[in-house]
Design a protein around this ligand. Structure first.
Ligand code: NAD
Length: 322
């Protein structure tokens, strides 16, 4: 049976599609290939998937509800992994309406397509750790039943809004849903707007890096293969009808920004020139996933530490950019 993967030309989408294909599923990818970051990287990811048995890609803006519903219907799909979104916290300061279209109208289109699909079984969609807002120094993992009521960026607000729309649709139409709150995903084929990626480029070019929050931030960096384990594990365990289940998916071992830079310097064999800057609007001090729910459900246990995962990213980066 076919699985629809939205955002399949994106970082996480490409990896999820690959995993599903590897276990023999048919996958229809949906992506608009926008230019939020280098479209050549999206083309290269799509080229990796193209030609794989069981894969096809549809170029489409998910906010086009009729077109998306037709894709789901024509594929006879009963499961959707919805990863397409306008990502990034800082970009939302200058481009708020990109988030309205992809994350609000787009999420609603996905919900409509799923509720209209015959025999629909499970929607798994991407949310974000940013829904928890800024919780400096609490020293404990964020839990799914913690309040997520005070987002500090528009990105976070649209991700939380997606979760709330999903609650309403689960109650109204009954189809099972899982919202995954991802915590800072990194790895090969990653996103150029994220710090570990842009730092790599700058360190190799001999350019200074800007270290925000004076370096005193911490992130729960999660390796892409662990994320894919969690996404596919969640997909295989739908909740009961009428339920919108929220699950954290992170590494559960937050790492300080300066420690991350240290690991990167070691992997690159070069020292970074660091320019320390204050916190950026919309950024949070620390993220830290409590993953006990996902573990209880699927046995999820993150395996790749930053010390092992970042060198794998660097190896890919050197190969890809030469
Ligand atoms: N990477 C992370 O650390 C992280 C953290 C938290 C949440 N997330 C969420 O996970 C999901 C995947 O993130 P990613 O890192 O792979 O991002 P990404 O930007 O690499 O992938 C998203 C893809 O969605 C596509 N897209 C955007 N708007 C679209 C639209 N209107 N119609 C069709 N396609 C559209 C983009 O072209 C892109 O290829 C997103 O929902 C993101 O918000 C990611």
């Amino acid at each position: 049976m076919t699985v629809i993967v939205t955002g399949a030309a994106g970082f996480i989408g490409m990896h999820v599609a690959e995993r599903l294909l590897a276990r023999g599923e048919r996958v229809v990818g949906v992506d608009v290939f926008n230019d939020y970051y280098d479209p050549a990287l999206k083309d290269a990811r799509a080229a990796r998937l193209a030609g794989r048995e069981g894969f096809s890609m549809v170029r489409l803006d998910i906010a086009d509800a009729e077109a998306l519903a037709a894709v789901v219907r024509d594929a006879g799909a009963r499961r959707v992994v919805h990863l397409a979104a306008q990502a990034g916290v800082r970009y939302s300061i200058d481009n708020p309406f990109a988030y309205e279209r992809s994350n609000l109208a787009g999420h609603l289109s996905v919900l409509e397509a799923c509720r209209r699909a015959e025999g629909f079984e499970h929607l798994v969609y991407a949310s974000s750790s940013s829904v928890y807002g800024d919780r400096p120094g609490e020293g404990a993992g964020f839990r799914e039943d913690d309040a997520a009521a005070e987002p500090v960026s528009l990105y976070a607000a649209t991700k939380r809004a997606g979760e709330l729309m999903s609650f309403a649709y689960a109650k109204l139409y009954g189809f099972p849903q899982t919202g995954l709150r991802f915590f800072t995903v990194y790895g090969p084929w990653g996103r150029p707007d994220m710090a570990y990626f842009s730092f790599t480029r700058k360190i190799l070019a001999g350019e200074p890096i800007e270290v925000f929050g004076q370096g005193r931030m911490a992130r729960d960096f999660t390796y892409i293969d662990d994320i894919v384990d969690g996404v596919v594990g969640a997909l295989d365990h739908p909740p009961p009808a009428g339920t919108n289940r929220l699950l954290n998916i992170g590494d559960s071992r937050p790492v300080g920004l300066m420690d991350m830079i240290g690991v990167l310097e070691k992997a690159l064999g070069r020292e970074a020139q660091k320019v320390f800057k204050p916190m950026q609007p919309g950024d949070v001090t620390e993220t830290y996933a409590d993953v006990s729910r996902l573990h209880a459900l699927t046995g999820y246990a993150p395996r790749v530490k930053l010390e092992d995962g970042l060198p794998r990213f660097v190896e890919w980066y050197r190969g890809f950019y030469g």
